[in-house]
Design a binder for this molecule. Sequence first.
Ligand code: NAD
Length: 504
Amino acid sequence: MQDLTLIPAVKADLSALPFQGRHLINGEWRDSADHFERHSPAHGLLVSRHAKAGTAETEAAIQAARTAFDDGRWSRLSGKERAAVLTRVADLVGTRVEEMTLLECLETGKPIAQARGEIAGAADLWRYAAALARTLHGDSHNSLGPDMLAMVLKEPIGVVSIITPWNFPFWILGQKLPFALAAGCTCVVKPSEITPSTTVILGEILVEAGLPPGVVNIVLGHGQPVGSLMASHPEVNMVSFTGSTLVGRSIQAAASATLKKVALELGGKNPQVIFPDADLDQAADAVTFGVYFNAGECCNSGSRIIVHEDIAEAFTAKVTALSRRVAFGDPLDEATQVGAIVSPAHLGRIDGFVKDAVKAGAQIALGGEAISIPGLSGDFYGPTIVTGVTPDMAIAREEVFGPVLSVLTFRTLDEAIALANDGSYGLSAGVWSENVHTCLAFARRVEAGTIWTNTWMDGFPEVTFGGMKQSGLGRENGRYGLEEYLEPKSVVMRIGRSRSNWVR
Ligand code: NAD
Protein backbone atom coordinates (compact mmCIF):
# COMPACT_ATOMS: atom_id res chain seq x y z
CA MET A 1 0.00 0.00 0.00
CA GLN A 2 3.03 2.32 0.34
CA ASP A 3 2.86 3.35 -3.32
CA LEU A 4 -0.62 4.94 -3.07
CA THR A 5 -1.08 8.71 -2.96
CA LEU A 6 -2.28 9.47 0.58
CA ILE A 7 -3.16 12.94 1.88
CA PRO A 8 -2.71 13.20 5.68
CA ALA A 9 -4.83 15.11 8.18
CA VAL A 10 -5.05 18.91 7.93
CA LYS A 11 -5.92 21.55 10.52
CA ALA A 12 -9.17 23.45 9.90
CA ASP A 13 -11.32 25.99 11.76
CA LEU A 14 -14.26 23.93 12.98
CA SER A 15 -15.27 26.29 15.81
CA ALA A 16 -18.79 26.81 14.41
CA LEU A 17 -19.66 23.12 14.89
CA PRO A 18 -21.87 21.37 15.74
CA PHE A 19 -24.53 22.72 13.42
CA GLN A 20 -28.03 22.64 14.99
CA GLY A 21 -30.90 21.56 12.75
CA ARG A 22 -34.63 22.04 13.27
CA HIS A 23 -37.71 21.23 11.20
CA LEU A 24 -39.29 23.86 8.97
CA ILE A 25 -43.06 23.48 9.21
CA ASN A 26 -45.49 26.06 7.84
CA GLY A 27 -42.74 28.68 7.80
CA GLU A 28 -41.69 28.12 11.42
CA TRP A 29 -38.62 26.43 12.85
CA ARG A 30 -39.60 23.65 15.26
CA ASP A 31 -37.57 21.53 17.63
CA SER A 32 -38.45 18.02 18.89
CA ALA A 33 -38.05 16.30 22.22
CA ASP A 34 -35.72 13.76 20.57
CA HIS A 35 -32.50 14.53 18.68
CA PHE A 36 -29.92 12.71 16.57
CA GLU A 37 -26.29 13.47 15.74
CA ARG A 38 -23.88 13.06 12.84
CA HIS A 39 -20.14 12.51 13.32
CA SER A 40 -17.76 12.91 10.38
CA PRO A 41 -16.67 9.51 9.06
CA ALA A 42 -13.12 10.72 8.38
CA HIS A 43 -12.40 12.36 11.76
CA GLY A 44 -15.06 11.20 14.22
CA LEU A 45 -15.98 14.87 14.82
CA LEU A 46 -19.45 15.85 16.02
CA VAL A 47 -20.65 17.79 12.95
CA SER A 48 -24.35 18.30 13.62
CA ARG A 49 -27.22 17.71 15.99
CA HIS A 50 -30.80 17.66 14.74
CA ALA A 51 -34.38 17.58 15.97
CA LYS A 52 -35.72 14.08 15.38
CA ALA A 53 -39.25 13.97 14.02
CA GLY A 54 -41.90 11.43 14.86
CA THR A 55 -45.40 11.04 13.48
CA ALA A 56 -46.69 14.36 14.89
CA GLU A 57 -44.12 16.57 13.13
CA THR A 58 -44.53 14.63 9.89
CA GLU A 59 -48.33 14.95 10.00
CA ALA A 60 -48.02 18.69 10.68
CA ALA A 61 -45.66 19.14 7.73
CA ILE A 62 -47.94 17.21 5.36
CA GLN A 63 -50.98 19.20 6.51
CA ALA A 64 -49.11 22.48 6.03
CA ALA A 65 -48.16 21.47 2.48
CA ARG A 66 -51.75 20.38 1.77
CA THR A 67 -53.22 23.68 2.98
CA ALA A 68 -50.62 25.70 1.10
CA PHE A 69 -51.36 23.81 -2.09
CA ASP A 70 -55.13 23.99 -1.81
CA ASP A 71 -55.31 27.73 -1.09
CA GLY A 72 -53.20 28.48 -4.17
CA ARG A 73 -50.62 30.69 -2.43
CA TRP A 74 -47.97 29.14 -4.70
CA SER A 75 -49.76 27.00 -7.30
CA ARG A 76 -51.80 29.96 -8.58
CA LEU A 77 -48.92 32.40 -8.87
CA SER A 78 -47.79 33.22 -12.38
CA GLY A 79 -44.75 31.42 -13.78
CA LYS A 80 -42.95 34.76 -13.68
CA GLU A 81 -43.57 35.13 -9.94
CA ARG A 82 -42.46 31.56 -9.21
CA ALA A 83 -39.37 32.03 -11.38
CA ALA A 84 -38.42 35.16 -9.43
CA VAL A 85 -38.35 33.22 -6.15
CA LEU A 86 -36.38 30.32 -7.67
CA THR A 87 -33.81 32.74 -9.09
CA ARG A 88 -33.44 34.42 -5.68
CA VAL A 89 -32.83 30.98 -4.16
CA ALA A 90 -30.06 30.36 -6.71
CA ASP A 91 -28.47 33.72 -5.83
CA LEU A 92 -28.67 33.04 -2.09
CA VAL A 93 -27.15 29.57 -2.48
CA GLY A 94 -24.22 31.39 -4.06
CA THR A 95 -23.76 33.48 -0.89
CA ARG A 96 -23.59 30.42 1.41
CA VAL A 97 -21.44 28.05 -0.60
CA GLU A 98 -18.52 27.86 1.85
CA GLU A 99 -20.69 27.20 4.91
CA MET A 100 -22.60 24.44 3.13
CA THR A 101 -19.44 23.01 1.56
CA LEU A 102 -17.88 22.40 4.97
CA LEU A 103 -20.99 20.66 6.33
CA GLU A 104 -21.45 18.55 3.20
CA CYS A 105 -17.79 17.56 3.24
CA LEU A 106 -17.84 16.57 6.91
CA GLU A 107 -21.19 14.78 6.97
CA THR A 108 -20.58 12.72 3.81
CA GLY A 109 -16.79 12.29 4.02
CA LYS A 110 -16.39 13.55 0.44
CA PRO A 111 -13.48 15.84 -0.56
CA ILE A 112 -14.04 19.52 0.14
CA ALA A 113 -13.27 20.62 -3.43
CA GLN A 114 -15.87 18.20 -4.76
CA ALA A 115 -18.43 19.29 -2.16
CA ARG A 116 -17.88 22.93 -3.21
CA GLY A 117 -18.45 22.00 -6.85
CA GLU A 118 -21.71 20.26 -6.01
CA ILE A 119 -23.12 23.07 -3.85
CA ALA A 120 -22.19 25.82 -6.32
CA GLY A 121 -23.36 23.66 -9.24
CA ALA A 122 -26.74 23.02 -7.62
CA ALA A 123 -27.51 26.76 -7.87
CA ASP A 124 -27.63 26.23 -11.62
CA LEU A 125 -30.38 23.63 -11.21
CA TRP A 126 -32.48 26.29 -9.45
CA ARG A 127 -31.74 28.79 -12.24
CA TYR A 128 -32.69 26.28 -14.91
CA ALA A 129 -35.94 25.42 -13.08
CA ALA A 130 -36.75 29.16 -12.96
CA ALA A 131 -36.53 29.19 -16.76
CA LEU A 132 -38.89 26.20 -16.90
CA ALA A 133 -41.41 27.95 -14.62
CA ARG A 134 -41.71 30.80 -17.13
CA THR A 135 -41.89 28.61 -20.21
CA LEU A 136 -44.32 26.02 -18.82
CA HIS A 137 -47.26 25.50 -21.18
CA GLY A 138 -49.72 22.87 -22.34
CA ASP A 139 -51.04 21.96 -25.80
CA SER A 140 -53.90 23.04 -28.01
CA HIS A 141 -55.81 21.03 -30.65
CA ASN A 142 -57.04 23.27 -33.44
CA SER A 143 -57.64 20.50 -35.98
CA LEU A 144 -60.62 18.67 -34.50
CA GLY A 145 -63.13 20.15 -36.96
CA PRO A 146 -64.62 23.65 -37.37
CA ASP A 147 -66.83 23.47 -34.28
CA MET A 148 -64.34 21.93 -31.82
CA LEU A 149 -61.30 23.18 -29.96
CA ALA A 150 -59.40 21.38 -27.21
CA MET A 151 -56.66 22.38 -24.79
CA VAL A 152 -54.45 20.27 -22.59
CA LEU A 153 -53.65 22.21 -19.43
CA LYS A 154 -50.64 21.25 -17.33
CA GLU A 155 -51.47 21.54 -13.66
CA PRO A 156 -49.25 20.93 -10.63
CA ILE A 157 -49.80 17.44 -9.27
CA GLY A 158 -50.24 18.65 -5.67
CA VAL A 159 -48.34 17.79 -2.50
CA VAL A 160 -45.02 16.04 -3.21
CA SER A 161 -42.99 14.07 -0.65
CA ILE A 162 -39.28 14.34 -1.45
CA ILE A 163 -36.96 11.79 0.20
CA THR A 164 -33.21 12.04 -0.45
CA PRO A 165 -30.08 9.92 0.22
CA TRP A 166 -26.71 10.72 1.84
CA ASN A 167 -24.32 10.53 -1.09
CA PHE A 168 -25.13 13.82 -2.90
CA PRO A 169 -27.50 15.49 -0.44
CA PHE A 170 -27.70 19.03 -1.84
CA TRP A 171 -27.30 18.13 -5.51
CA ILE A 172 -30.03 15.47 -5.50
CA LEU A 173 -32.40 17.81 -3.67
CA GLY A 174 -31.68 20.27 -6.51
CA GLN A 175 -32.75 17.69 -9.09
CA LYS A 176 -36.17 17.49 -7.43
CA LEU A 177 -37.29 20.48 -5.37
CA PRO A 178 -36.86 23.39 -7.84
CA PHE A 179 -38.61 21.36 -10.56
CA ALA A 180 -41.54 20.55 -8.25
CA LEU A 181 -41.74 24.23 -7.25
CA ALA A 182 -41.51 25.41 -10.87
CA ALA A 183 -44.55 23.22 -11.58
CA GLY A 184 -46.46 24.86 -8.69
CA CYS A 185 -46.40 21.93 -6.25
CA THR A 186 -45.94 22.16 -2.50
CA CYS A 187 -43.50 19.81 -0.78
CA VAL A 188 -42.47 17.93 2.31
CA VAL A 189 -38.73 17.19 2.25
CA LYS A 190 -36.89 14.57 4.28
CA PRO A 191 -33.10 14.52 3.89
CA SER A 192 -31.11 11.45 4.88
CA GLU A 193 -30.58 11.26 8.65
CA ILE A 194 -26.84 10.97 7.84
CA THR A 195 -26.58 14.28 5.95
CA PRO A 196 -29.39 16.69 6.90
CA SER A 197 -27.54 19.98 7.46
CA THR A 198 -27.41 21.49 3.96
CA THR A 199 -31.14 20.81 3.51
CA VAL A 200 -31.79 22.84 6.69
CA ILE A 201 -29.68 25.70 5.31
CA LEU A 202 -31.68 25.52 2.10
CA GLY A 203 -34.78 25.96 4.27
CA GLU A 204 -33.28 29.21 5.62
CA ILE A 205 -32.60 30.30 2.05
CA LEU A 206 -36.16 29.52 0.95
CA VAL A 207 -37.56 31.68 3.77
CA GLU A 208 -35.17 34.52 2.90
CA ALA A 209 -36.06 34.23 -0.79
CA GLY A 210 -39.72 34.90 0.04
CA LEU A 211 -41.24 31.49 -0.55
CA PRO A 212 -44.66 31.56 1.16
CA PRO A 213 -44.94 29.55 4.42
CA GLY A 214 -46.00 25.93 4.05
CA VAL A 215 -44.88 25.62 0.43
CA VAL A 216 -41.73 23.72 1.44
CA ASN A 217 -41.67 21.91 4.76
CA ILE A 218 -38.57 20.08 5.99
CA VAL A 219 -38.80 17.18 8.40
CA LEU A 220 -35.62 15.74 9.93
CA GLY A 221 -35.61 12.10 10.90
CA HIS A 222 -35.42 8.50 9.84
CA GLY A 223 -37.12 6.25 7.31
CA GLN A 224 -39.35 5.01 10.12
CA PRO A 225 -41.66 6.68 10.91
CA VAL A 226 -41.00 9.84 8.86
CA GLY A 227 -40.21 8.50 5.38
CA SER A 228 -42.79 5.76 5.43
CA LEU A 229 -45.56 8.17 6.53
CA MET A 230 -44.54 10.58 3.76
CA ALA A 231 -44.87 7.66 1.29
CA SER A 232 -48.26 6.44 2.48
CA HIS A 233 -50.16 9.52 3.70
CA PRO A 234 -53.48 10.07 1.88
CA GLU A 235 -52.92 13.85 1.61
CA VAL A 236 -49.74 13.34 -0.44
CA ASN A 237 -50.17 13.15 -4.23
CA MET A 238 -46.69 12.08 -5.29
CA VAL A 239 -43.48 10.68 -3.81
CA SER A 240 -40.13 11.50 -5.36
CA PHE A 241 -37.43 9.28 -3.89
CA THR A 242 -33.72 8.77 -4.49
CA GLY A 243 -32.01 5.96 -2.63
CA SER A 244 -31.59 2.23 -2.59
CA THR A 245 -33.64 -0.14 -4.71
CA LEU A 246 -34.71 -1.98 -1.55
CA VAL A 247 -36.27 1.13 0.04
CA GLY A 248 -37.60 2.24 -3.38
CA ARG A 249 -39.64 -0.95 -3.58
CA SER A 250 -41.08 -0.37 -0.09
CA ILE A 251 -42.00 3.20 -1.06
CA GLN A 252 -43.83 2.04 -4.16
CA ALA A 253 -45.72 -0.50 -2.04
CA ALA A 254 -46.59 2.11 0.61
CA ALA A 255 -47.78 4.57 -2.04
CA SER A 256 -49.94 2.00 -3.81
CA ALA A 257 -52.77 2.03 -1.25
CA THR A 258 -53.75 5.55 -2.39
CA LEU A 259 -52.32 5.16 -5.93
CA LYS A 260 -49.87 8.02 -5.62
CA LYS A 261 -47.55 8.82 -8.44
CA VAL A 262 -44.06 7.54 -7.58
CA ALA A 263 -40.76 8.70 -9.08
CA LEU A 264 -37.76 6.57 -8.10
CA GLU A 265 -34.04 7.14 -8.72
CA LEU A 266 -32.36 3.97 -7.49
CA GLY A 267 -29.16 2.01 -7.75
CA GLY A 268 -26.97 1.14 -10.72
CA LYS A 269 -24.31 -1.34 -11.85
CA ASN A 270 -23.06 0.73 -14.71
CA PRO A 271 -20.85 -0.83 -17.38
CA GLN A 272 -18.24 0.90 -19.51
CA VAL A 273 -17.35 -1.07 -22.62
CA ILE A 274 -13.89 -0.48 -24.11
CA PHE A 275 -13.21 -1.43 -27.73
CA PRO A 276 -9.63 -1.85 -29.02
CA ASP A 277 -9.92 1.17 -31.37
CA ALA A 278 -10.73 3.59 -28.49
CA ASP A 279 -8.42 6.36 -27.28
CA LEU A 280 -7.20 4.12 -24.48
CA ASP A 281 -5.49 6.89 -22.47
CA GLN A 282 -8.72 8.90 -22.34
CA ALA A 283 -10.73 5.78 -21.57
CA ALA A 284 -8.38 4.73 -18.75
CA ASP A 285 -8.57 8.18 -17.17
CA ALA A 286 -12.39 8.21 -17.38
CA VAL A 287 -12.65 4.69 -15.97
CA THR A 288 -10.43 5.75 -13.06
CA PHE A 289 -12.60 8.82 -12.45
CA GLY A 290 -15.80 6.77 -12.85
CA VAL A 291 -14.93 4.24 -10.19
CA TYR A 292 -13.30 6.44 -7.52
CA PHE A 293 -15.44 9.59 -7.77
CA ASN A 294 -17.28 10.03 -4.43
CA ALA A 295 -15.37 6.94 -3.21
CA GLY A 296 -17.61 4.91 -5.53
CA GLU A 297 -20.61 5.84 -3.37
CA CYS A 298 -22.40 6.99 -6.46
CA CYS A 299 -25.43 5.62 -8.32
CA ASN A 300 -23.53 6.36 -11.55
CA SER A 301 -20.34 4.64 -10.41
CA GLY A 302 -18.64 2.99 -13.39
CA SER A 303 -18.15 -0.04 -11.20
CA ARG A 304 -17.68 -2.64 -13.94
CA ILE A 305 -15.72 -2.42 -17.15
CA ILE A 306 -16.15 -4.81 -20.05
CA VAL A 307 -12.89 -4.73 -22.03
CA HIS A 308 -12.10 -6.39 -25.35
CA GLU A 309 -9.93 -9.38 -24.53
CA ASP A 310 -7.11 -8.30 -26.90
CA ILE A 311 -6.47 -5.19 -24.79
CA ALA A 312 -7.74 -6.32 -21.38
CA GLU A 313 -4.36 -6.88 -19.77
CA ALA A 314 -2.73 -3.70 -21.06
CA PHE A 315 -5.81 -1.59 -20.30
CA THR A 316 -6.12 -2.93 -16.76
CA ALA A 317 -2.43 -2.15 -16.22
CA LYS A 318 -3.04 1.46 -17.34
CA VAL A 319 -6.01 1.87 -14.97
CA THR A 320 -4.00 0.28 -12.13
CA ALA A 321 -1.13 2.72 -12.68
CA LEU A 322 -3.52 5.70 -12.70
CA SER A 323 -5.32 4.39 -9.59
CA ARG A 324 -2.11 4.65 -7.57
CA ARG A 325 -1.94 8.36 -8.44
CA VAL A 326 -5.46 9.23 -7.23
CA ALA A 327 -5.19 11.23 -4.00
CA PHE A 328 -7.01 9.38 -1.20
CA GLY A 329 -7.07 11.19 2.12
CA ASP A 330 -8.43 13.87 4.43
CA PRO A 331 -11.67 15.28 2.96
CA LEU A 332 -10.73 18.70 4.38
CA ASP A 333 -7.63 18.93 2.17
CA GLU A 334 -8.19 20.78 -1.11
CA ALA A 335 -5.91 18.29 -2.87
CA THR A 336 -7.89 15.20 -1.85
CA GLN A 337 -9.75 13.42 -4.66
CA VAL A 338 -11.28 10.54 -2.66
CA GLY A 339 -12.38 10.83 0.96
CA ALA A 340 -13.86 8.57 3.61
CA ILE A 341 -16.44 5.79 3.38
CA VAL A 342 -19.73 6.88 4.94
CA SER A 343 -19.75 4.41 7.86
CA PRO A 344 -17.81 1.45 9.31
CA ALA A 345 -20.74 -0.84 8.47
CA HIS A 346 -20.66 0.23 4.85
CA LEU A 347 -16.89 -0.25 4.72
CA GLY A 348 -17.41 -3.82 5.95
CA ARG A 349 -20.01 -4.41 3.22
CA ILE A 350 -17.62 -3.20 0.50
CA ASP A 351 -14.86 -5.45 1.80
CA GLY A 352 -17.29 -8.38 1.91
CA PHE A 353 -17.95 -8.07 -1.85
CA VAL A 354 -14.21 -8.10 -2.57
CA LYS A 355 -13.45 -11.06 -0.29
CA ASP A 356 -16.38 -13.07 -1.72
CA ALA A 357 -15.18 -12.41 -5.29
CA VAL A 358 -11.71 -13.70 -4.39
CA LYS A 359 -13.25 -16.82 -2.82
CA ALA A 360 -15.19 -17.33 -6.07
CA GLY A 361 -11.96 -17.25 -8.14
CA ALA A 362 -11.38 -13.54 -8.96
CA GLN A 363 -7.96 -11.90 -8.54
CA ILE A 364 -6.96 -8.61 -6.90
CA ALA A 365 -4.91 -6.40 -9.23
CA LEU A 366 -4.81 -3.56 -6.69
CA GLY A 367 -5.95 -2.87 -3.14
CA GLY A 368 -8.70 -5.02 -1.69
CA GLU A 369 -8.49 -3.66 1.86
CA ALA A 370 -9.16 -0.74 4.19
CA ILE A 371 -6.35 1.82 4.35
CA SER A 372 -5.30 4.27 7.03
CA ILE A 373 -4.63 7.92 6.40
CA PRO A 374 -1.84 9.46 8.53
CA GLY A 375 -3.34 11.37 11.46
CA LEU A 376 -6.93 10.25 10.90
CA SER A 377 -8.93 7.58 12.67
CA GLY A 378 -11.70 7.27 10.09
CA ASP A 379 -13.01 4.78 7.59
CA PHE A 380 -11.11 4.62 4.28
CA TYR A 381 -11.04 1.89 1.64
CA GLY A 382 -8.16 1.73 -0.81
CA PRO A 383 -8.46 1.89 -4.59
CA THR A 384 -9.33 -1.64 -5.64
CA ILE A 385 -9.30 -3.47 -8.98
CA VAL A 386 -10.65 -7.00 -9.22
CA THR A 387 -9.91 -9.01 -12.38
CA GLY A 388 -11.11 -12.40 -13.58
CA VAL A 389 -14.66 -11.40 -12.59
CA THR A 390 -17.39 -13.58 -14.13
CA PRO A 391 -20.96 -12.36 -14.70
CA ASP A 392 -22.40 -14.68 -12.05
CA MET A 393 -20.38 -13.14 -9.16
CA ALA A 394 -22.16 -10.72 -6.79
CA ILE A 395 -19.40 -8.14 -7.41
CA ALA A 396 -20.40 -8.10 -11.11
CA ARG A 397 -24.15 -7.77 -10.48
CA GLU A 398 -24.73 -5.86 -7.24
CA GLU A 399 -24.06 -2.28 -6.29
CA VAL A 400 -20.82 -2.34 -4.24
CA PHE A 401 -20.95 1.43 -3.60
CA GLY A 402 -17.23 1.65 -2.93
CA PRO A 403 -13.93 2.36 -4.77
CA VAL A 404 -13.92 -1.08 -6.38
CA LEU A 405 -13.64 -1.83 -10.09
CA SER A 406 -14.64 -5.20 -11.58
CA VAL A 407 -13.03 -6.19 -14.89
CA LEU A 408 -14.87 -8.46 -17.34
CA THR A 409 -13.88 -9.21 -20.95
CA PHE A 410 -15.66 -9.65 -24.31
CA ARG A 411 -14.89 -10.67 -27.90
CA THR A 412 -17.76 -9.30 -30.08
CA LEU A 413 -20.13 -6.31 -30.01
CA ASP A 414 -23.07 -8.66 -29.42
CA GLU A 415 -21.30 -10.23 -26.47
CA ALA A 416 -20.45 -6.79 -25.01
CA ILE A 417 -24.08 -5.67 -25.29
CA ALA A 418 -25.35 -8.91 -23.76
CA LEU A 419 -22.96 -8.46 -20.81
CA ALA A 420 -23.91 -4.80 -20.41
CA ASN A 421 -27.61 -5.75 -20.31
CA ASP A 422 -27.08 -8.74 -18.05
CA GLY A 423 -28.45 -7.59 -14.71
CA SER A 424 -31.40 -6.00 -12.98
CA TYR A 425 -30.16 -2.39 -13.14
CA GLY A 426 -30.30 0.07 -16.07
CA LEU A 427 -29.10 3.48 -14.91
CA SER A 428 -26.16 4.41 -17.13
CA ALA A 429 -23.63 2.83 -19.48
CA GLY A 430 -20.60 3.94 -21.48
CA VAL A 431 -18.91 2.98 -24.71
CA TRP A 432 -15.36 3.80 -25.82
CA SER A 433 -14.60 3.52 -29.56
CA GLU A 434 -13.47 5.81 -32.38
CA ASN A 435 -16.07 4.14 -34.63
CA VAL A 436 -19.35 6.06 -34.60
CA HIS A 437 -21.26 2.98 -35.80
CA THR A 438 -20.05 0.98 -32.81
CA CYS A 439 -21.02 3.80 -30.43
CA LEU A 440 -24.48 4.24 -31.94
CA ALA A 441 -25.22 0.51 -32.10
CA PHE A 442 -24.29 0.31 -28.42
CA ALA A 443 -26.35 3.37 -27.51
CA ARG A 444 -29.44 2.00 -29.23
CA ARG A 445 -29.26 -1.53 -27.82
CA VAL A 446 -28.15 -1.01 -24.24
CA GLU A 447 -30.85 -0.83 -21.57
CA ALA A 448 -29.90 2.27 -19.59
CA GLY A 449 -31.36 5.73 -19.02
CA THR A 450 -28.11 7.49 -19.98
CA ILE A 451 -25.46 6.31 -22.46
CA TRP A 452 -22.12 8.11 -22.49
CA THR A 453 -19.96 7.73 -25.57
CA ASN A 454 -16.26 8.55 -25.16
CA THR A 455 -16.96 10.31 -21.87
CA TRP A 456 -18.32 9.44 -18.44
CA MET A 457 -20.72 11.12 -16.00
CA ASP A 458 -21.12 14.44 -17.82
CA GLY A 459 -24.49 15.86 -16.79
CA PHE A 460 -26.47 19.05 -17.37
CA PRO A 461 -29.68 20.50 -15.92
CA GLU A 462 -31.04 20.48 -19.49
CA VAL A 463 -30.43 16.76 -20.09
CA THR A 464 -32.84 14.34 -18.50
CA PHE A 465 -31.60 11.63 -16.16
CA GLY A 466 -33.12 8.45 -14.76
CA GLY A 467 -33.08 4.70 -14.80
CA MET A 468 -34.57 1.76 -16.66
CA LYS A 469 -35.38 -1.63 -15.13
CA GLN A 470 -34.75 -1.68 -11.36
CA SER A 471 -32.78 1.58 -11.49
CA GLY A 472 -35.99 3.51 -11.22
CA LEU A 473 -39.14 5.08 -12.54
CA GLY A 474 -39.54 8.52 -14.08
CA ARG A 475 -36.97 11.14 -15.01
CA GLU A 476 -35.26 14.16 -13.45
CA ASN A 477 -33.78 17.28 -15.05
CA GLY A 478 -34.65 18.74 -18.42
CA ARG A 479 -38.26 19.27 -19.53
CA TYR A 480 -39.04 15.65 -18.59
CA GLY A 481 -38.01 16.49 -15.03
CA LEU A 482 -40.66 19.23 -14.91
CA GLU A 483 -43.34 17.05 -16.54
CA GLU A 484 -43.06 14.55 -13.66
CA TYR A 485 -44.70 17.13 -11.36
CA LEU A 486 -47.49 18.10 -13.77
CA GLU A 487 -50.87 16.53 -14.34
CA PRO A 488 -52.34 17.01 -17.85
CA LYS A 489 -56.00 18.04 -17.94
CA SER A 490 -57.94 18.09 -21.23
CA VAL A 491 -60.53 20.79 -21.87
CA VAL A 492 -62.74 19.95 -24.87
CA MET A 493 -64.91 22.80 -26.19
CA ARG A 494 -67.68 23.05 -28.74
CA ILE A 495 -67.83 26.35 -30.58
CA GLY A 496 -71.21 27.85 -31.35
CA ARG A 497 -74.50 25.93 -31.29
CA SER A 498 -73.63 23.04 -33.64
CA ARG A 499 -74.26 20.19 -31.18
CA SER A 500 -77.29 18.06 -32.17
CA ASN A 501 -79.44 16.69 -29.38
CA TRP A 502 -78.87 13.08 -28.28
CA VAL A 503 -82.48 12.64 -27.21
CA ARG A 504 -84.62 12.48 -30.34
P1 NAD B 1 -31.54 4.54 1.44
O1 NAD B 1 -32.51 3.91 0.52
O2 NAD B 1 -31.05 3.75 2.59
O3 NAD B 1 -32.13 5.89 2.06
C1 NAD B 1 -32.59 6.94 1.25
C2 NAD B 1 -33.60 7.78 2.00
O4 NAD B 1 -34.75 6.99 2.28
C3 NAD B 1 -33.11 8.30 3.35
O5 NAD B 1 -33.61 9.61 3.53
C4 NAD B 1 -33.75 7.34 4.33
O6 NAD B 1 -33.96 7.90 5.61
C5 NAD B 1 -35.08 7.08 3.66
N1 NAD B 1 -35.75 5.84 4.06
C6 NAD B 1 -35.20 4.72 4.59
N2 NAD B 1 -36.16 3.79 4.80
C7 NAD B 1 -37.32 4.33 4.36
C8 NAD B 1 -38.67 3.87 4.30
N3 NAD B 1 -39.01 2.64 4.70
N4 NAD B 1 -39.62 4.69 3.79
C9 NAD B 1 -39.29 5.91 3.34
N5 NAD B 1 -38.05 6.42 3.40
C10 NAD B 1 -37.07 5.63 3.89
O7 NAD B 1 -30.34 5.02 0.48
P2 NAD B 1 -28.98 5.69 0.92
O8 NAD B 1 -28.16 4.62 1.55
O9 NAD B 1 -29.21 6.97 1.62
O10 NAD B 1 -28.36 6.07 -0.52
C11 NAD B 1 -27.65 5.18 -1.28
C12 NAD B 1 -28.53 4.59 -2.39
O11 NAD B 1 -29.08 5.64 -3.18
C13 NAD B 1 -27.75 3.74 -3.36
O12 NAD B 1 -28.44 2.55 -3.66
C14 NAD B 1 -27.66 4.61 -4.61
O13 NAD B 1 -27.49 3.93 -5.80
C15 NAD B 1 -28.93 5.35 -4.55
N6 NAD B 1 -28.83 6.59 -5.34
C16 NAD B 1 -29.45 6.68 -6.55
C17 NAD B 1 -29.33 7.82 -7.33
C18 NAD B 1 -30.01 7.93 -8.67
O14 NAD B 1 -30.18 9.05 -9.13
N7 NAD B 1 -30.42 6.86 -9.29
C19 NAD B 1 -28.58 8.89 -6.86
C20 NAD B 1 -27.95 8.77 -5.62
C21 NAD B 1 -28.10 7.62 -4.87
